[in-house]
Unconditional design. Structure first.
Length: 226
């Protein structure tokens, strides 16, 4: 017959649910184990672990909780600390979303259809000016990706084959020196040489940089010819 041990810290007698085991030579229950003094020495500050400041092994280093080395996010340009899988919270959530974006979109749509009142309340709390400013800021930070997305959506709507990418658009802009192919001025937009409205392909070979005025004039002429 095994004699149940008594916790040396709280006095609780060991049982099947609250087992008492030896920790650093003293019997301790499962509740008191995290507060048991550690005899280890912190490799960062050099202090010996105590009951209130225990020393644990973290990232291969024995250290207090406040002395643990902080790993940076694996993204080179991100200054945030890592959260999981070597990524910060922002990039981890982004990576989790990009694994299956269609599944996340379907869940979001299903939730919005199931909770129309909550969705309306969330939209009502949004500041329209902040939302527009956020959209403008995102557009100019991802301008080429937005242009590619708009062109691909229009081509899909018209039943035209082809797919543009931000990298391909950047290569075409660099090839033409970001100059308008119509008037030679400074470019700012992307123009399809053969407009999509008249059946032009949605390919990188069919796009060139153009200024806003020439692009708008050619767009109007294309709609008039169609």
């Amino acid at each position: 017959m095994t004699i149940p041990q008594t916790c040396a810290h709280c006095g609780q007698v060991g049982s099947r649910r609250a087992q008492v085991r030896l920790t650093d030579g003293d019997p301790a229950c499962t509740t008191c184990v995290p507060t048991v003094p550690r005899s280890k020495t912190c490799n960062v500050c050099g202090d010996v672990g105590t009951r209130h400041r225990p020393v644990f092994l973290a990232n291969g280093v024995d250290a207090h909780k406040e002395c643990r080395p902080i790993r940076a996010c694996a993204i080179p340009s991100c200054p945030n600390a890592s959260h999981a899988l070597g990524l910060c919270s922002h990039h981890y959530n982004k990576d989790y979303y990009l694994r299956d974006p269609d599944w996340h979109r379907s869940r979001a749509r299903a939730w919005a259809n199931t909770n129309p009142d909550k969705r309306a309340a969330i939209q009502a709390r949004r500041d329209p000016e902040k939302a527009r400013e956020s959209s403008r800021r995102w557009y100019w930070s991802h301008r080429l990706a937005a242009i590619a997305s708009q062109s691909n959506a229009k081509a899909l709507r018209l039943g035209i084959s082809g797919l543009l990418t931000a990298q391909g658009i950047a290569a075409r802009i660099e090839y033409f020196g970001d100059c308008c192919w119509v008037c030679g001025g400074e470019g700012g937009t992307i123009d399809h040489v053969i407009p999509l409205g008249v059946g032009g392909p949605n390919l990188h070979a069919n796009i060139r940089p153009a200024c806003q005025s020439c692009n708008s004039r050619r767009s109007w002429l294309g709609r008039r010819a169609a």
